[in-house]
Ligand binder design. Structure first.
Ligand code: NAP
Length: 281
């Protein structure tokens, strides 16, 4: 297991487990299994509607709470200093694991300044150990960074071989904000699991396309949070530190970049309307 260090000196593991789209009834089993396999960071969100099951799996696991890193997110409809305070309290209650390791603002819409101020308060009172954002493009990220007292520790963004986010990552690393890749397997898009370039590279190391894609991101110090409900694939995605890609491999993967989202276009007006009006409760 390898870690990175956040700007508040806390450790964050490079290979993690995401629970988006895992139904409530499967989440407990999946999170317990992931912890057993060795994952130590679980990424959830209020909108995933499975925080309670994540918390229960953590409480029932043999792994000590202090060795587990739990991430959750506040949704846009809960943005605003007062509303975000209530939303974080609800997440703390649903998770029921004492404190939350990292709370992120899920999207860069609505009153995210007010929301971020609430995050800062929870950070200061110690019930949230680190704070950050998600889906912030460089312009909004830099603006927030320049205006807030506690600098974001993480920005979680879509990031995989077909949407590599080179400039975004460069800025984050300059600002000492850890990039965390959601959709690190492009949610299966671009036929990633059969991609010939990844396959050819993987064959040299006896690794799958998924393992090559995850290793590529972690080798540039991007945290990855692949999701799978399948135990074998959980193990597969976790076993990525026993090989290194060489410069030639990396150059070939770099050429796969389409510089376009595979999943959700945050600049599309319909998407902005949808994300601003979506309610999860
Ligand atoms: P992903 O991890 O890129 O891809 C998940 C898909 O790949 C699932 O269909 C999974 O199917 C399949 N898969 C996983 N490992 C595989 C393997 N080794 N071989 C073949 N298929 C494999 O997509 P994601 O779930 O969207 O992203 C991961 C996490 O990022 C989420 O769970 C969530 O925590 C976070 N996320 C955050 C945001 C945000 O806005 N901040 C947005 C989306 C996601 P099976 O389950 O059937 O294996």
């Amino acid at each position: 297991m390898q870690d990175l260090i956040l700007n508040n000196d806390k450790k964050i593991p490079l290979i993690d487990y995401g629970v988006y789209q895992i139904p409530k009834e499967d989440t407990y089993r999946c999170v317990k299994k992931a912890l057993e396999i060795g994952y130590r960071l679980i990424d959830t969100a209020s909108t995933y509607l499975n925080e309670e099951e994540v918390g229960r799996a953590i409480r029932d696991s043999k792994v000590l709470r202090r060795d587990i890193f739990v991430v959750t997110k506040v949704w846009v409809s809960d943005f605003g200093e007062e509303k975000t305070k209530i939303a974080i309290e609800k997440s703390l209650n649903r998770l029921n694991i004492g404190y939350i390791d990292l709370v992120l603002l899920h999207q860069a819409y609505g009153d995210y300044y007010g929301a971020y101020r609430a995050l800062e308060k929870f950070y200061k009172n110690g019930s949230v150990k680190s704070i950050g954002v998600s889906n912030f493009y460089t312009d909004r990220l830099l603006d927030l960074y320049m205006n807030m007292e506690i600098k974001p520790m993480v920005n979680q963004i879509e990031c995989h071989p077909f949407f590599q986010r080179k400039e975004d990552i460069e800025l984050m690393q300059k600002l000492n904000i850890i990039p965390m890749a959601w959709g690190p397997l492009a949610e299966g898009g671009h036929d990633i699991f059969n991609n010939e370039v990844l396959k050819e590279i993987g064959a040299k190391y006896n690794k799958s396309n998924a393992q090559v894609a995850l290793r590529w991101n972690t080798m540039r110090n991007v945290v990855v949070i692949p999701k799978t409900v399948n135990e074998l694939r959980m193990k597969e995605n976790f076993t990525i530190f026993d090989f290194n890609l060489n410069d030639d491999d990396i150059e070939k993967i770099n050429k796969l970049d389409t510089n376009k989202t595979e999943i959700i276009d945050h600049h599309n007006l319909e998407v902005i309307r949808m994300l601003n009006t979506f309610k999860y409760e």
